[in-house]
Design a protein around this ligand. Sequence first.
Ligand code: NAD
Ligand code: MG
Length: 400
Amino acid sequence: MALTNAISPATPAPLGQTRRATILGSTGSIGVNALDLIAASDGRYTVTALTANSNVALLAEQAHRHQPDFVAVADPNAYGDLKTALGGTGVQIAAGADAICEAASLSSDVVIAGIVGTAGLSPTLEAVRRGATVGLANKECLVSAGDLFIHEVKQHGATLLPVDSEHNAIFQVFDFEHPERVEKIILTASGGPFRDMSRASMMSVTPAEAVAHPNWSMGAKISVDSATMMNKGLELIEAFHLFPVETDQIEIVVHPQSVIHSMVAYVDGSVLAQMGSPDMRIPIGYALSWPDRMGTPAPRLDLAALGNLSFETPDFDRFPALRIARQALDCGGVAPTYLNAANEVAVKAFLDGRVRFLDIAHIVDTVLGQSQNETPVDLDDVMRHDANAREMAEGVVDAL
Ligand code: NAD
Ligand code: MG
């Protein structure tokens, strides 16, 4: 079967003196880390646009500091406060979902796509459609609309640089010129905060316990995804779309220290790994500076101090989200769209205290079981299925 997935890392972003960066989701964990790197770069980056959902206070502070041309907030009710906060600065301000897309459409050298969830799909595509270099942190858009998204990347000659640490690691060690030499890719998983917990104990875990990741500091949604291990399921699907491999060439291994960020195994038995401290500034810096490398303040690895790196087989019984995601990938078509949308609803319901931790996988499984066996024809079709899945998931939440 011809491989239709895979990004092409062939188009280097211009290596000028100064690069213009757009940060979508600048107030989130990814966005704040990206701006920290830019602030420490001695003026090698200027900021073209910043966007946020509703956190006007932080967005305005970032705009004062980085002097972007354009700032957008998704919540239309936040427009007045943002305008007041940025009065007299000359920064152009806009609000609403279209404004986020407008920010993405402005010419810049690199876009960091750090919006969480399917809300990131349209703005990221906007950047893709102008042939931008996109540092992709948002995994949900690849899970939800993978084939169509990659088609747009190829059609518009955009460059995708994975920011998700596992995919960034694979990107760094994958032989794109000779994909036939790759036997498999091995995604590492920390196992999350409940790696050793029994199902019985997981019954009563709280949102605060679920977002307390042992190794990584991240936004609430991805932290819960890490606790259910749905994050690794989403990353499995993400990897399938990013790299020229078949589904059965992607393996998951639990590696609690999060030092090896992922590996590529070659036909001769060699296994290449990318390592580093668990600090997102490393993959974000890689995307900001590719094909160059920039200095980052991330702690350096001290292997002797670490002592041991360990590995385990994932437990599909205690973490059914892994099995459910694999099933969605194998089904193909709209199944991953349903998986992603149902998961977004279920995680929010858990964070809002409406359902219990173990209900998350149950909700996703139920919605996936009711999904149609169709292939989406275009992005409107994806969004229609996404909306349908959300409605179904809300129904399951209400019935619990
Ligand atoms: P976060 O919740 O900390 O930040 C999300 C950002 O998106 C915020 O700026 C928020 O204002 C914005 N946003 C939310 N809803 C929006 C909407 N409807 N419209 C416009 N903007 C909206 O999330 P995060 O942890 O930074 O993660 C961002 C993405 O990166 C996710 O897809 C996540 O899976 C991925 N990712 C994150 C990490 C990490 O270390 N945080 C690692 C790997 C991948
Ligand atoms: Mg990851």
